[in-house]
Design a binder for this molecule. Structure first.
Ligand code: MG
Length: 367
């Protein structure tokens, strides 16, 4: 099988609740990129990459598209089933930029599943859990609004929550106090600063909420700052933004820097590398949040397939991003029920883009 074309689309994903805010950032929509890989077999694969705005990670939406355009001519003629070769080729053609490569790698997994008539989760290890546990984000707002939101989400069936903080230590202490007061017994809460605290602020917050049962996620920008914060708290620590390579996972494991890791598919470069990261984390005994930086039905399907193929005890939670949007970009995305999502057993990622919604391609590169 040979790749004969790469077609690229841009789409804005508007947020149902009007905005999504974390740390000191806020957006009303996220700019997503969809890539379609065409082959001489007639099979097509779909991939998506959606950085969470231009200053969350070293990634931005226009960069994703420019990168895909840069890579595409060098991928024509390659076999999408030879996934390691595809990844090696992308690394030869462009150094770094994992978020660019993620969409292409994802589309190749979609093609592999279709070629072998298997859902992607079977190729990623098998159906190790029937349902994928979700968490719901309580976006950063005033403490009272956030406290009200967590009650509403619990009424909807969600049991795991990530409240966004990282915008001023005193306000965040109030947010954590008020939101945790409304958490029902048995439910799980993490306070995610998304790198937003300076080290001294993080230490103030963790000390002030010492009595609250919650996880603290990526308090500061650097790994070293997060490690320093950990030495001041008994709260379980989740590392997210700084876990951008297998090397960082090994380092974190050796330093006992975290209790959980947040694995984001496009930060690591796609499903191929996310699977490596997942398998190594399991070898180390580390449980994971499995997600992506953001996306619509296509990126969320990839998350669901990776999570389905991960044993329950190593899977903490996942995100269903399409649930936050007022616009669907594809059919066949993960179904959501009672705080969990699950995929159909359709081959590949099991999603079909809505080309009316995606509109005209930005570019297509064909052999
Ligand atoms: Mg996080």
């Amino acid at each position: 099988m040979k790749i004969t074309g790469l077609v690229c689309y841009q789409v804005d994903l508007p947020l149902k609740e009007g905005s999504y805010s974390w740390s000191n950032q806020s957006f009303s929509a996220f700019d997503s990129t969809v890539v379609v890989i065409e082959t001489d077999s007639g099979l097509e694969g779909y991939g998506e990459t959606c950085p969470l705005g231009p200053s969350y990670l070293p990634a931005y939406a226009q960069g994703a598209r420019t990168g895909i355009k840069q890579l595409a001519p060098g991928l024509l003629g390659e076999n999408p089933l030879a996934i390691a070769k595809i990844n090696n080729r992308m690394d030869e053609l462009l150094k770094g930029h994992p978020y660019v490569k993620s969409a292409i790698d994802m589309a190749c997994w979609d093609i592999m599943g279709k070629a072998y008539s298997q859902p992607a989760y079977m190729l990623l290890g098998g159906l190790l859990q029937e349902k994928v546990k979700l968490f719901k984000v309580v976006t950063r707002q005033g403490a009272d609004i956030m406290a009200k939101k967590i009650s509403e989400y619990q009424d909807q069936g969600f049991t795991q929550f990530q409240m966004k903080v990282g915008a001023g230590a005193d306000d965040d202490i109030e947010r954590i106090r008020k939101v945790s007061a409304n958490l029902r017994p048995g439910n799980v809460l993490a306070a995610d600063a998304n790198t937003g605290w300076k080290q001294h602020e993080a230490i103030r917050v963790v000390k002030a909420v010492k009595d609250v049962d919650l996880y603290i996620e990526q308090p500061c920008t650097s790994y070293e700052e997060c490690l320093a914060v950990r030495s001041h708290t008994d709260h379980p620590i989740i590392l997210d933004e700084c876990m951008d390579s297998l090397g960082m996972l090994v380092r974190g494991y050796q330093d006992r820097a975290m209790d959980l890791v947040n694995l984001k598919i496009n930060r690591i470069g796609g499903l191929t590398r996310a699977r490596q990261f997942r398998d190594l984390a399991m070898e180390f005994g580390i449980t994971m949040t499995i997600e992506d930086s953001w996306g619509g039905e296509i990126a969320t399907a990839a998350i669901a397939h990776l999570a389905h193929s991960t044993p329950r005890e190593f899977h903490f939670q996942s995100s269903a991003f399409h649930e936050y949007h007022s616009l669907a970009i594809a059919g066949g995305g993960p179904a959501i029920e009672n705080g969990a999502m699950f995929m159909s057993n359709k081959p590949g990622l099991g999603v079909e883009p809505d080309f009316d919604v995606l509109g005209s391609p930005l570019f297509s590169i064909k052999s």
